[in-house]
Design a protein. Structure first.
Ligand code: BGC
Length: 727
């Protein structure tokens, strides 16, 4: 059973939630878990990866393709629609093992009981394809009108983005193309169907859609079905997307649903063989962890795509479909350990967007690479200066995420270096990786101030991971990560010594000679806040301990509106020690070997009651550090929180008045980290793989695979110890 996620009953109030929870995808698109008959009010979406558009001055966001699965069944002109019909039973489920979404609804109407079932999957073997089989049966013989086609009237947060719709139909294939308003991207969706029955077919178009209507008399008790192969292409993929989409959907239909499904299922089985993590003794944790892994697998850029993974995955346009530090710091470890090729693709996205990062640094008067806080294609920053709307005045609030969250560049450098070290693939450094690291280091050296009287470099006026405290000085995490970036820049230059020509050419190209001296100075003199000798505490930033020491509950009780933003200039948390998310604790987790257990424990205990976990990135880090200090029972609730965030739907839905719901791939990645790096205590150092188990009470055993360079290892862990062997 722990492969199935299911819900029963109509539960219309959860329509948006279920759209996220039952998401399918294949890296190229995500298709929300909505019903086939739904219109844009229910937020269906075929959300495309890496293709964006802007409407007027509204936020740029990814494009939702026309909905190729749209289908509505009328029996004696009565719509059989989950929203309005009389329902006898309804269930929706996700089979994670096979990555198939299923729905079954029994309606009661003029033709007695009418049962509708559908299975759909986002093909894992050709990520332009979406397949569906839709079947129905009636208790009494009746006239049926089936409408199925491509609905271009799609859900948009800041749209509409698609214009100039044009239509095509030939035999069993129909297609819709549209052009995006800002950049003129062409989007084409084609759909070919095969019917198990005959009927009178009429093609009709609406302002933004093309549909077929098939009418016939359905016999009592007989089962009817049709299959649909939907293909999506854009002008970013091919020159004439319409042609390609038609071709792909036609040939997929010819291959047949059954064969397409069996190939898809085979591919998924293979993925699970490598990425599943088994937990014995805790069904609930098993299901939640698998679900987290499922979410990561449906987002992984496949087939050579060099897009990255947005903060809300492919569940819609929330967070502008933008890529944050979430990818490198929270998702990358899963891919690095189970699918290094995908990890490399994610890294390539950052290498390809280096020019955008350079442009951003220059815009603020700095040198080097200042990566986008909310990165879209070409690395431009989608984060606006007014990123939150005040709930009281409805005015956009000035926030400094874009200008001051400088730790983003260190996350990029960290990700590249981790990938290089794990895979030992020098081509990553030679094909742009080293250049990115050097440019990130240069950015920090250009951002830093030398405080002569203190004889040290400082990073002033920044925002650390805790976004509730803006424009602080010497955020410990940021300073430590900047120091790390400088350190790896030095190491990268060292690593290139045996390719002297390349090294020289790179230094020349970047005009880096003087920077190298500056890096050496910074390496020695960049201030990194240390644990206090008496308390063992690391101060999150200069002056943090002087802020009001209110509890999270006290701060929450000061809210006038539940959607109110806690940070910014006047937020309820801003002048208190309440923090949004793991900050010092994240630093201690990443650099755990540099701090004593006592320091880690004291900081965990100090910061934990003061953390609001207003970001889904937070609980997993508390779980990880708790495991590291030998307290798996402290870690367990945080693990469950991170692993079930998209199952329960219990997450923040608003920042000010802005809807931020969707799936949470960073938390999903965090669940994998908490399980494998936390509870199992997996570590790989200089090629040596070890485990230090800290299993929660209920867990008897964990087993999983990891890949290190070319080798795959099986790892088994019990409370007593672990076994690791090469496969
Ligand atoms: C968090 C950031 C995170 C972003 C996207 C924000 O709420 O504070 O750290 O990158 O969400 O997940």
């Amino acid at each position: 059973m722990s492969w199935i996620i299911s819900e029963a009953g109509r539960q219309l109030e959860k329509t948006i939630d279920f759209g996220n929870k039952f998401l399918i995808g294949n890296g190229y698109f995500g298709y929300r878990g909505t019903m086939e008959e739904y219109g844009k009010e229910e937020l269906p979406a075929c959300n495309l990866s890496g293709i964006y558009d802007q409407q007027g001055t509204a936020w740029r966001e990814p494009i939702n393709a026309p909905n190729g699965l749209y289908t509505q069944l009328f029996v004696e002109d009565e719509p059989h629609d989950l929203r309005t019909g009389e329902i006898v039973a309804h269930s929706q489920q996700l089979d994670m093992l096979r990555a198939i979404h299923q729905r079954k609804t029994v309606f009661s109407g003029r033709a007695g009981k009418v049962t509708i079932e559908s299975d759909r999957f986002a093909s894992s073997t050709d990520n332009h394809l979406l397949h569906m089989i839709y079947s129905f049966s009636l208790e009494k013989t009746a006239r049926v009108r089936l409408v199925t086609g491509i609905d271009g009237d799609v859900w948009d947060i800041n749209g509409p983005h698609l214009f100039d719709y044009s239509y095509y139909s030939e035999s069993r294939t129909i297609a819709v193309t549209a052009v995006s308003g800002e950049l003129g991207h062409k989007i084409a969706v084609a759909d070919t169907i095969s019917l198990s029955f005959e009927g009178e077919v009429r093609i009709f178009e609406t302002e933004k859609g093309l549909f077929r209507q098939i009418e016939f008399i359905a016999q009592a008790g007989k089962s009817y079905h049709f299959t649909k192969a939907v293909a999506v292409y854009t002008s970013q993929d091919v020159e004439i997307p319409l042609e390609q989409a038609i071709k792909a959907s036609f040939s997929a239909n010819k291959t047949g649903y059954k064969l397409a499904k069996s190939k898809h299922v085979e591919e998924w089985k293979e993925r699970w063989t490598m990425s599943d993590v088994l937990i014995e003794g805790d069904e609930k944790a098993q299901l939640a962890l698998r679900y987290s892994i499922y979410q990561l697998l449906i987002l992984a850029p496949q087939h050579g795509q060099t897009t990255s993974i947005p903060a809300r995955g492919l569940s819609g346009q929330t967070y502008k479909g933008a890529v944050f530090w979430d990818t490198e710091m929270f998702m990358l470890p899963f891919f690095l350990h189970t699918d290094p090729e995908t990890a490399k693709n994610l890294i390539k996205y950052r290498i390809q967007t280096l020019d955008g990062a350079r442009a951003k640094a220059a815009e603020y008067g700095f040198r080097g690479a200042f990566y986008a806080w909310e990165s879209q294609e070409n690395g431009q920053d989608a984060c606006s200066d007014y990123n939150v709307t005040d709930v009281f005045t409805n005015r956009p609030m000035r926030t400094y995420f874009r200008d001051k969250q400088i730790h983003i560049s260190s996350a990029v450098a960290y990700g590249i270096w981790q990938t290089y070290v794990m895979t030992d693939d020098r081509s990553l450094l030679l094909n742009g990786g080293a250049e990115v690291i050097l440019e990130c280091a240069r950015f920090y050296s250009s951002y830093a101030y030398y405080q002569a009287e203190k004889k040290r470099f400082e990073l002033v006026d920044v925002i650390g991971p805790d976004e509730y405290h803006e424009r602080v000085y010497n955020n410990a995490y940021t300073n430590k990560m900047a120091a790390y970036t400088i350190d790896i820049a030095v190491k990268a230059l060292e690593a290139l010594r045996d390719v002297p020509d390349y090294r020289e050419a790179l230094i020349r190209k970047l005009d880096y000679q003087e920077d190298m001296e500056q890096l050496a100075a910074m390496n020695a003199e960049l201030y990194v806040p240390e644990p206090n000798d008496e308390t063992g505490l690391i101060e999150q930033f200069d002056g943090y301990f002087k802020l009001e020491d209110a509890t999270v509950e006290a701060v929450r009780s000061r809210l006038i509106d539940p959607k109110e933003y806690w940070g910014g200039a006047y937020g309820v948390a801003a002048d208190t020690q309440v923090l949004k998310q793991a900050d010092v604790v994240l630093l201690l987790t990443l650099f755990k070997e540099e701090y004593t257990e006592e320091v880690k424990r004291k900081n965990w205990q100090y910061y934990e009651p003061r953390t609001e976990h207003g970001s889904s990135l937070s609980p997993c880090i508390y779980a990880l550090l708790a495991c590291d200090i030998g307290d798996p029972e402290w870690a367990y609730p945080y693990f469950m929180k991170t692993a079930s965030v998209d199952l329960t739907g219990e997450s923040k839905q608003f920042a000010g008045t802005i809807y931020i719901g969707g799936t949470h791939p960073a938390a999903n990645g965090g669940a994998w980290m908490a399980a494998v790096l936390g509870f199992a205590g997996l570590e790989i150092r200089e090629g040596k793989i070890t485990v230090t188990p800290q299993l929660p009470e209920k867990w008897q055993k964990m087993s999983f695979k990891i890949q290190v360079k070319e080798d795959v290892y099986q790892v088994e862990v019990t409370k007593e110890g672990g076994n690791i062997w090469k496969q």
